[in-house]
Design a binder for this molecule. Sequence first.
Ligand SMILES: Cc1cc2nc3c(=O)[nH]c(=O)nc-3n(C[C@H](O)[C@H](O)[C@H](O)COP(=O)(O)OP(=O)(O)OC[C@H]3O[C@@H](n4cnc5c(N)ncnc54)[C@H](O)[C@@H]3O)c2cc1C
Length: 429
Amino acid sequence: MAAGWAAISAAKAGASVVVVDKGFMGTSGVTAPAGPNHWWVPPEEGRREAAVRKRLETAFGLADPVWMHRIIDITWQSIPELAPWYPFSGDGRGGVFRSGLRGPEYLRALRCYALSLGVTILDHYPALELLAGTDGAIAGAAGYARLLGRPWRAYAGAVILATGGCAFRSGLLGSYSNTGDGYLMGVEAGAELSGMEFCVSYSISPSWLCTRTLPYTGARFFNSQGDQLEIPGWDRPRDYLCALATAFQDGAVYADLHEAPAQLPAVIREIQPATVAAFERRGLNMFRDRFEVSLFGEGTIRGVGGLRIVDTGCATSVPGLYAAGDAATREHIAGATSGGGAQNAAWVEARDHLHGEGLDAVAARETAAMAATARWCNAAARTRCESRGMHVRVDYPDINADYEQHLLTTGLESVHTNLESLSAAESGS
Ligand SMILES: Cc1cc2nc3c(=O)[nH]c(=O)nc-3n(C[C@H](O)[C@H](O)[C@H](O)COP(=O)(O)OP(=O)(O)OC[C@H]3O[C@@H](n4cnc5c(N)ncnc54)[C@H](O)[C@@H]3O)c2cc1C
């Protein structure tokens, strides 16, 4: 999604644009199997101010209202531009429903829009590294064309990393190709990450397959003895997830959806067909049969952290390098809460032993990127000695005003963290 919008925006500004995707641009990544809800707020008196105020409550001091207003405005302008390619439906009140889009059709529309502006799209062209010019500015990228079985190189005036987040191959729906490659390429080039400690969110799903989470509104949970567990409702997401995580420490957890909203069974197939399929293949009725559940890690996808952005054009601190979507930090908009071990040894293993040619090189880079991302998340989480938003520490359960700052993380061999005051972040220094 982010790659599509970035390409469209650059092409509209007159740039000659090439998009390389590790998979197929339109089906690869987490947006494709989702139904993304956009921050869709009309420019009516007071409504945007109220929306920003509400969102600031869960940002815990780390978001920026100016960025939030910008995002609302850009969204309001951009989504209707998809009309020639996206079948917007009615909102039931005589208007058009634009806030929620169906992933597959949304991405197909973005692809068509980009192509209509002359963007070149190269599918199955994973990027493996960035190329720098003699002045240190990023001047292109290199990778491996899977279907052609040969390396590629592209030279460019600037590169935008829109490689999505990293869910560490947890099984999260659509996340298999999202291995944090953009973070690794960015940090190798000298960029910093920000907000990597806010990357602890999970999707609840049947234990055998990650689906979507809507049906769990009103779910009751039980242990293997059939005792009902005390799990707070979704309106308290942090308490809800912490209670579930604690319950899993004692054994299997089962969901019962008898009390799901009455209208849900009639519409679930239309809204989330993949969710229904997971049960039907096992001969289960999801709203009648009790079933075992699991939590699937969402890593930096419904987390907040990513490459640090230093200006309103989404530049990183490396000249010629930009970031968009889950590859970038989303702290300016989300603050400390999004809408949801052994990694040092793994990094040494990756650094010393992972090499290869062709597809083996692609797999090696994916593993290295996941190990590096885990180290960055862990280092940032250890540095933030408090609990704020989605970052929860049992040893520091309270919020601490000293940490009302962004936390920057960088470094490959040795990882460094550094608190950045909000005023420095705003001035882009
Ligand atoms: C359960 C859940 C619910 C969510 N709900 C919402 C919501 O309601 N509203 C909302 O705003 N957000 C929501 N999110 C977050 C949202 O899904 C993501 O922020 C968004 O989809 C990210 O888009 P993206 O384009 O950055 O990444 P993706 O859609 O994941 O795309 C990443 C692309 O990068 C490509 N890629 C990866 N590595 C490479 C490489 N090395 N070379 C070339 N290409 C590469 C992939 O193939 C893929 O095409 C939710 C997330 C989850 C997990």
